[in-house]
Design a binder for this molecule. Structure first.
Ligand code: UDX
Length: 461
């Protein structure tokens, strides 16, 4: 990294203003982007809501500006519909306060020292505010290029009758290898809500002066080419961002680092890391089946049982209390359960040989970037599409059979990934992708060049 300082106006530093959507999977890539820009000589200001506010003390290099969101007292979203409604509500609740904060920041820095504003694609209202104040805006979309191509095609797919539909296994011939079930959807009742979410993200990108994606050439060259054909704004594929900004820690929960010491005692590539990200939920019965499946597989494991993982239970309920009686005794020397892990370091650890994931885009790219094959159990949103690519395009993992989890299914899937020969082939593919990711992020690589282009573009606006 490093990078030469950007020549600032009259010798002053140039400022970039950022606003992440306040969810873990969106904060992480935005703070990593902040790290990339800071390393290239930009001063960075991060606007944030009170809800899920990042810990400013961990980033003394950036300035943080709180935007009141009027959401205190509202319970955190737990279902997909909740998340979609929450995103919508946040946009409305923050708009006026953001306008004031942005105007204050612009008044403080000389106007032409502010290079641009980068907003999450789900913050359309903030993009509109910045435009009205004549601040050039780029948009960060935290999912895959394929997912955004799906967003662009959404109205057409609805017209053609793919959505809403109960024929989930129908192939979407306009977007191979997606099936209907792999598209962003929340069933018939939530269809209008999802159409609106997608339309607003597309509008944000089209209103902006550029789209930033946390992906890279070796992973999604055809999808990126398609986006470049279909969009009038430039597209910058600067990922995987965690490779450029490994120290950008945006974790909202305390990461239990003791599991790294335990990993040090384990045989290389023997451990299955299990985590379903910050939002995905499972039922209490599924948790029990998962536990016994993990125990029955005989494979060493590190399992993140996050507060709130089990739907309908108090988010602060201790993880251990949700696990079945006898599970700890049955797995004592073979596994560790934590509430939240330092995931990037875990995936980089030589003891980790597989990742059972919900396929959030960050988890997917972090896993591929470290050469770890995946057992896929997508939950909602873009995760189904990501899992589809892992299995059918990158061939670095496979999806655990649909429906409610049963211990025998879990056991067989874990063994397949960790000890059987086709799991070995997936591991080999994941290693190739790790190499490709390294090639895309090294000196004069595609992502490095995309960063240079993005910075040049920002300075030209
Ligand atoms: C959400 C959506 O679910 C996802 O599909 C979308 O692409 C981004 O927003 P989330 O579900 O939290 O994100 O998953 P993911 O994208 O994988 O992000 C989780 C982040 O939390 C990762 O960067 C991961 O490294 C981090 N994490 C996860 C930890 O630091 N510790 C953990 O124990 C688990």
């Amino acid at each position: 990294e490093g990078g030469a300082a950007v020549p600032g106006h009259s010798g002053r530093a140039r400022h970039v203003l950022l606003f992440p959507l306040p969810y873990q999977g969106h904060i992480n890539p935005m703070l990593r982007l902040a790290g990339v820009l800071h390393a290239r000589g930009f001063a960075v200001t991060v606007f944030h809501t009170h809800f899920n506010a990042p810990d400013a003390a961990r980033h003394p290099e950036h300035r943080f500006v709180a935007v009141p969101d009027g959401m205190s007292g509202r319970p955190p979203p737990v279902s997909v519909d909740d998340v979609v409604k929450h995103i919508h509500a946040l946009n409305g609740a923050c708009e006026a306060a953001f306008r004031d904060r942005l105007a204050a920041v612009l008044a403080e820095y000389s106007r032409d020292a502010v290079t641009c504003f980068v907003a999450d694609a789900h913050l359309l209202r903030m993009v509109e505010v910045a435009r009205r104040l004549t601040v050039p805006t780029l948009v960060l979309r935290t999912g895959s290029a394929a997912c955004f191509a799906g967003f662009l095609a959404y109205p057409l797919l609805c017209d053609k009758g793919y959505l809403p539909s109960s024929q989930l296994d129908m192939a979407v011939s306009e977007l191979p290898p997606y099936r209907v079930r792999d598209l962003m959807h929340i069933g018939r009742d939530g269809h209008e809500l999802m159409c609106e979410l997608v339309a607003r993200a597309v509008a944000a990108v089209k209103l902006s002066s550029g789209l930033i994606l946390n992906t890279f050439d070796a992973l999604e060259a055809p999808e990126l080419a398609k986006l470049r054909r279909d969009l009038a704004v430039p597209v910058f594929d600067i990922g995987p961002l965690h490779k450029f900004s490994p120290a950008a820690d945006g974790s909202l929960l305390h990461q239990d680092r003791s599991c790294l010491e335990w990993l040090d005692t384990q045989v290389p590539e023997s451990v299955l890391y299990v985590s379903f990200g910050s939002l995905a939920c499972m039922g209490a019965r599924e948790l029990v089946e998962t536990a016994w499946g993990i125990a029955g597989s005989g494979v060493p494991f590190l399992w993140v049982v996050r507060p709130g993982l089990v739907g309908g239970r108090a988010p602060d309920e201790a993880a251990a209390r949700l696990l079945p009686e006898g599970f700890e005794a049955a797995t004592r020397r073979r596994g560790v359960v934590v509430a939240w892990a330092p995931q990037e370091e875990v995936l980089r650890h030589r003891a980790v040989g597989g990742f059972w994931t919900h396929n959030g885009w960050n988890s997917t790219t972090e896993s591929l970037g470290e050469g770890v094959p995946m057992l896929c159990r997508p939950n909602f949103g873009d995760q189904m599409g990501n899992a589809r690519y892992v299995e059918h395009v990158w061939k670095a993992g496979f999806e655990v059979a649909g429906g409610e989890l049963e211990r025998a299914t879990v056991e067989a899937a874990i063994r397949r990934l960790m000890t059987e020969s086709d799991g070995g082939e997936m591991r080999a593919r994941a290693r190739e992708l790790k190499k490709a990711a390294a090639e895309c992020t090294g000196k004069a690589s595609s992502s490095e060049m995309a960063i240079v282009k993005m910075v040049t573009h920002m300075l030209s606006l």
